[in-house]
Design a protein around this ligand. Structure first.
Ligand code: PXP
Length: 247
């Protein structure tokens, strides 16, 4: 979809859950690297992976190979720990998205607490930016967190769309959507690039893409779930269509 001023909404495909299926048997298949090739052939604009501390899905080997083979942009989601920062500085993905991480969670549950950790996140952000890695912070649609992201010097924010996606009633979804709209406006005013992600699917993505400030969405679970049934290329093409883009 094309929008005034900002152009086209990029689709980053998160291939973590291809690795989840592989890890269920501890073998080599299915390979998230092969899934990334197919997603790119189908027209996605970036590949996203989350290297978790417990290595439950994506492995260091996947990150190293994707750095060499991804033809679009490689976005590494990671916790802001010393170990992960070392890995990022060594591999140098196009983008690092800093996320909170708890071992017991099923998936990333909330946004990063930027406002309470400004000094540390400022240091981490400048270390990564000095290494020519773009830094995005995954935050709730909360104006304090957006303003803090600007103050720590991040290039972008990824607005957490989980509460919008999981809302059980139309009224709750509208309330959460309003917060995303406001957060996106404030972020753009502060010259942060505005990305969105978490829980987006073939039904709820269009409203997010229609927010003019949002230039990229990162989507994983819904695409990989569909790909299991219809194939990766078709699943990615159908997502581009759901976003309103023409291929
Ligand atoms: N963006 C971030 C920062 C995430 O942590 C995740 C989940 O790994 C996603 C996007 C993708 O979420 P989903 O798999 O629900 O599409």
């Amino acid at each position: 979809m094309f929008k005034s001023g900002t152009g086209y909404t990029r689709l980053g495909v998160n291939v973590d859950h291809v690795a989840t299926i592989r890890q269920a048997r501890g073998g080599q298949n299915p390979d998230p690297v092969e899934a990334a090739v197919l997603a790119e052939l189908a027209g996605c604009d970036g590949i996203t992976i989350h290297l978790r501390e417990d290595r439950r899905h994506i492995q260091d080997r996947d990150l190293a190979i994707l750095k060499r083979t991804a033809k679009t942009r490689l976005n590494l989601e990671m916790a802001a720990t010393q170990d992960m920062i070392k890995i990022a500085l060594d591999i140098k993905p196009h983008t690092v998205t800093l996320v909170p991480e708890r071992r017991e969670e099923l998936t990333t549950e909330g946004g990063l607490e930027v406002a309470m950790n400004m000094d540390y996140l400022k240091k981490v952000t400048s270390l990564l930016i000095d290494a020519e890695i773009k830094v995005s912070l995954f935050v709730d649609p909360d104006l304090d967190q957006i303003k803090a992201s600007h103050r720590v010097g991040a290039n972008a924010v990824e607005i957490h769309t989980g509460k919008y996606a999981e809302a059980k009633t139309k009224a709750r979804a509208e309330e959460e959507y309003g917060k995303i709209v406001n957060a996106a406006k404030v972020a753009q005013k502060l010259k942060l690039e505005v990305i969105a992600g978490h829980g987006l699917d073939y039904h709820n993505v269009r409203a997010i893409v229609e927010i003019p400030e949002i230039v990229e969405v990162n989507i994983g679970h819904s695409i990989v779930s569909r790909a299991v049934l219809v194939g990766m290329e078709r699943a990615v093409r159908e997502m581009k269509m759901a976003m309103g883009g023409l291929l």
